[in-house]
Write a protein that binds this ligand. Structure first.
Ligand code: NCD
Length: 304
């Protein structure tokens, strides 16, 4: 039995297979309509979500399966004090696979240790978000043709942005990747990601507070939301939230084939005037999230 807790739980070959499968689903959706007939996905979401939860649910329905679960901790027995371990033991009796989002780092790992069915980490605190990374990789593959040789800029809240941590980890396995880390000093990439991933893999990188200075070099620009829910005080959030707002003017110096991504939700960090720019890929990214999750559910359930 397999779980997906960290993006490194998948080899690059397996990621390749998932991307291939997702592209086949995009081309031939009808071939997949019965693949999960009789199977149940449980979505256990202890934190807000729109895209991740609904794309998991849409993915399971499009595979012919069904979905059960909860979308807030308050409506589950967590509100009565039940542990994640006990909840997961319970859900293992009813479902075939679990997608779990939790505000505490490591909760999906605890869940996996107590589960008799596969558990997928759908975001744990400020730590990891491997299925967003699969979504991001499929988007980069379709927009840029591959990963090797790309210069990827990460902008915004690199400290608490779990999607950033997982995507940098995934990209570090491809040759000749260059990374630009663009954030206010207070929201820098955690040192464990910088040390254990970027420096360990000897990836060429720049760290700056100035988006404009690196814009012309970027092939991909990954914008992020300042993660208000992970701040200790509101003043810090208010001070930092407008650090980077991407506008058409700031894109004047960018490459004509730049790929602009954002895991969403957006607050104000990408002006809506950018949405009509052909380089904006963030709504395509949303759609790709469903296809890659279809491929992942099939893989973890061992369905060919
Ligand atoms: C992200 C998340 O939950 O980490 N959203 C998502 O899953 N698409 C990013 C965010 O909340 O800012």
């Amino acid at each position: 039995m397999r779980h997906l807790n960290d993006i490194l739980d998948l080899s690059t070959e397996e990621i390749e297979q998932l991307i291939k499968r997702a592209e086949d689903i995009i081309a031939h959706p009808g071939d997949y309509a019965e693949k999960c007939r009789g199977k149940k996905l449980a979505t256990l979401f202890y934190e807000p979500s729109t895209r991740t939860r609904l794309s998991f649910e849409a993915a399971m329905y499009e595979l012919g399966g069904v979905v059960l679960g909860f979308s807030e901790a308050q409506s589950s027995s967590a509100a009565k004090g039940e542990s994640v371990a006990d909840t997961v033991r319970t859900v293992s009796c009813y479902a075939d696979i679990i997608a779990m989002r939790h505000p505490k780092e490591g909760a999906p790992r605890v869940a996996a240790m107590n589960s008799s069915i596969p558990v997928i980490n759908a975001g744990d605190g400020g730590h990891n978000h491997p299925t967003q990374t699969l979504t991001d990789l499929l988007t980069i593959k379709r927009e840029k043709g591959g990963f090797s040789g790309l210069t990827v800029g990460f902008c915004g809240d690199l400290k608490f942005g779990r999607t950033v941590h997982s995507l940098i980890t995934a990209l570090s396995r491809y040759p000749d990747i260059k990374i630009a880390l663009i954030s206010p000093a207070e929201l820098k990439l955690p040192s464990y990601v910088k040390r254990d991933v970027i420096q360990k893999k000897e990836i060429e990188y720049v760290q700056t507070t100035d988006l404009t200075s690196v814009m012309p070099s970027l092939d991909v620009l990954y914008m992020t939301r300042v993660q208000r829910e992970r701040f200790f005080n509101e003043e810090d959030y208010m001070r930092l939230r407008d650090s980077y707002i991407l506008t058409p003017e700031k894109l004047v110096s960018a490459k004509s084939d730049l790929c602009i991504m954002h895991p969403l939700p957006r607050v104000n960090e990408i002006s809506t005037a950018v949405d009509s720019d052909p380089r904006a890929a963030y709504f395509k990214q949303v759609l790709y999230g469903k296809y890659i999750r279809m491929a992942l559910i099939m893989m973890l359930l061992g369905i060919e």
